[in-house]
Design a protein around this ligand. Structure first.
Ligand SMILES: NC(=O)c1ccc[n+]([C@@H]2O[C@H](COP(=O)([O-])OP(=O)(O)OC[C@H]3O[C@@H](n4cnc5c(N)ncnc54)[C@H](O)[C@@H]3O)[C@@H](O)[C@H]2O)c1
Length: 266
């Protein structure tokens, strides 16, 4: 029970990596504040509502004997983000770990995409991470400890065809990570980014649908991993996040943790 009495705020918690990380922390005794969309958003492949998945996550976390506060909201909405941080911190007595994970992905050539496609990508993936940190950091400063883990991507470390808006948002997360690491070190708060290669999550189902390809074709096209797996699993991401959030990683801050099955070696 490595994280007993610790509280973790997770965005994009209803599905994919966020859900997997929430369950992994719950197994280690943490309290979970799970934040995800409660209603549909206007964006290709993101027309789903997540509140049902949040309720399912609540049942799964409670079955593990851990506590969870579920909060429906959009990372672009300051009021909803602040309300979730305040409610979760009031219930559990603070916030120790933030996993900034909510994100979207969609393909478009940079000169063909609309302004709305560009803005929405940057607003959710990059501004959203900052906005959530803005309302969580004061709780960490108060207790003079904390860890922020930003879920970037291999797309935060290299260019990607038809993903200029996605890559720009994910490169931006590195700037946020490094700058906040400097600002927050005096308060004993570490900030790191993680950079997974393709992960086996519903995000890739949506893309496959949009591209008219199977998920495996999408993964094979974009991966080229040195270790030949089409994609890594949510558990692989969760293992890394739990390590980075633990005291075993006490000297790791401002840096980029790459989980790429060797992709960027070439
Ligand atoms: N799947 C991959 O191959 C991959 C690889 C590297 C990095 N990532 C990044 O990992 C993160 C998680 O992705 P995933 O693979 O679990 O995707 P996913 O689509 O399975 O889950 C993302 C979750 O974020 C939520 N979300 C989206 N927009 C939101 C908003 N505005 N406010 C609140 N919640 C919102 C979704 O509802 C969903 O539950 C993303 O930031 C993604 O860019 C994904």
């Amino acid at each position: 029970m490595e994280f007993k009495n610790k509280t973790v705020f997770i965005t994009g918690a209803a599905k994919g990596q966020g859900r997997g990380v929430a369950l992994a922390f719950a197994k280690e005794g943490a309290n979970i504040i799970a934040f995800d969309l409660g209603k549909k958003i206007e964006y290709p492949a993101y027309n789903h509502a997540c509140s049902e998945d949040l309720i399912k996550l609540k049942e799964e976390v409670e079955a593990l004997g851990a506590e969870i506060e579920i909060c429906a909201g959009d990372v672009r909405n300051a009021e909803e983000v602040k309300a979730a941080a305040d409610k979760g911190a009031a219930r559990f007595g603070g916030i120790d770990i933030l996993f900034n994970n909510a994100g979207i992905c969609a393909y478009a050539l940079s000169w063909e995409m609309t302004e709305n496609e560009w803005d929405t990508m940057i607003d959710i993936n990059l501004k959203g991470a900052w906005l959530v940190s803005k309302y969580v950091i004061p709780y960490m400063i108060k207790q003079k400890s904390g860890v922020i883990i930003n879920n970037s991507s291999i797309g935060g470390l290299r260019g990607m065809n038809r993903l200029s808006h996605y890559a720009a948002s994910k490169f931006g997360m590195i700037g946020l990570t490094k700058s906040q690491a400097i600002e927050l070190a005096p308060y004993n708060i570490r900030v790191v980014s993680i950079h997974p290669t393709g992960v086996n999550t519903p995000m890739n189902d949506g893309l496959a649908e949009m591209e008219g390809a199977t998920p495996i074709e999408i993964a094979e096209r974009s991966a080229g991993n040195l270790i030949p797996v089409p994609w890594i699993e949510v558990e692989d991401v969760a293992n890394s996040v739990l390590f980075l959030a633990s005291d075993k990683a006490r000297y790791i801050t401002g840096s980029q943790f790459v989980l790429d099955a060797g992709l960027l070696t070439r």
